[in-house]
Design a binder for this molecule. Structure first.
Ligand code: GFB
Length: 319
């Protein structure tokens, strides 16, 4: 049984990016840890890309503990369309927060990356040591480079200054509070939105991007938040830790599952003008399992939950 080495009770915990899908799941999950405070700041109050504003805020609020889910994120099309935004904003967010936390002496920090940090053709399931062993997937290398820099910042500040800064690499995430915009979203919210539109408009088919053959691993945001809180409490090493479900599925099978959840019975049509991206991205879950953590939300149940959230928030058959 892995022991808690860093209890969260009584700490001032900042969730950077608390309005995002992972940030809001973290805030929900952290309440039961009895922290002294969960600190939050919106982008209109402090833009985390702005170094002096970020440093001033951290100096004033003096958190003990920091989670960094804050990031500019998006699906395959968004990543490929705005490389400068993805590289610049994510580099700045990571560097500004991690350096300011060093200045004020934050006790513990967890930086969040993504499974796209690994080489495009990494051996599957992808172990943590595969980092920097091959070329990245071109559609998201900009985002990946920024996230790799974040891991390296944590390791460098640990090495040079002895800080307990750790990193977690979640797989493709979904859940309540996701971005459901058809152009910029990840695949699950896009498929939910498309299946919903198709059902409401009585369409005979629904389109998916690419060949439908790529395989992806998915994790519900609440499972991810639970894993991050667990790592904060039990993990204290320089190497990053994969956070995944240990299972993957083809995009075509995922689309059929989403159609079932939404209740749309039409045909599936492939748009081969759109990119497939990485052929497969299944991460090894060995390290996090050895730390006594496994996910608890199966994909079918998680999709039902995500569709309910979508229905409660944006049920119009639009774009
Ligand atoms: O989720 P997704 O956009 O990102 O796409 P990645 C996953 C797969 O689903 C790709 C296919 O093969 C897409 O071509 N797909 C099918 C669709 N239909 C759709 C659709 O309607 N919308 C979308 N978005 N995809 C991202 C990276 O890669 O994953 C990020 O770009 C990040 O940097 C994130 O790492 C987790 O899994 O390909």
């Amino acid at each position: 049984m892995v022991k808690t080495i860093y209890p969260l009770e009584g700490r001032r915990i900042w969730v950077a990016g608390h309005r995002g899908m992972v940030g809001s799941a973290l805030v929900r999950r952290l309440e039961s840890e009895n922290p002294a405070a969960i600190l939050k700041v919106t982008r209109s109050e402090v833009d985390l890309v702005d170094q002096s504003a970020t440093t001033r805020w951290i100096e004033r609020e003096k958190p003990d503990t920091v989670f960094i889910p804050a990031a500019k994120v998006g699906g395959i099309h968004a990543n490929a369309t705005w490389p400068a935004d993805f590289l610049y904003q994510n580099l700045m967010i990571a560097a500004n927060i991690i350096h300011a936390c060093h200045i004020v002496g934050v006790e513990k920090l967890l930086f969040l990356g993504s499974s796209c940090i690994y080489p495009k053709f990494a051996e599957q399931p992808i172990v943590e040591d595969a980092l920097l062993t091959g070329a990245l997937e071109p559609t998201n290398e900009w985002y990946a480079i920024a996230k790799i820099a974040g891991i390296k910042l944590c390791q460098a500040y640990r090495k040079q200054h002895g800080h307990d800064y750790i990193s977690a690499m979640p797989t493709n995430l979904y859940g309540p509070g996701d971005n459901y915009n058809l152009e910029t979203s990840h695949v699950i919210p896009a498929l939910i939105h498309k299946a919903h539109n198709a059902k409401l408009t009585g369409a005979s088919s629904m389109e998916i991007w690419g060949s439908g053959t790529p395989r992806r691993e998915f994790l519900h945001a609440d499972d991810c938040a639970d894993a991050l809180v667990h790592l904060m409490k039990v993990y204290s090493d320089p190497e990053h830790v994969n956070v995944g479900s240990g299972d993957d599925i083809t995009i075509a099978d995922l689309a059929r599952l989403v159609m079932e959840v939404v209740g749309f019975e039409g045909e599936l049509v492939r748009d081969s003008s759109k990119p497939d991206g990485t052929p497969r991205k299944l991460m090894s879950a060995d390290r996090i399992r050895s730390l006594d953590w496994t996910p608890s939300i199966p994909l079918g149940e998680g999709l039902e939950n995500a569709y309910q959230w979508f229905l409660n928030h944006k049920a119009e058959p639009d774009t």
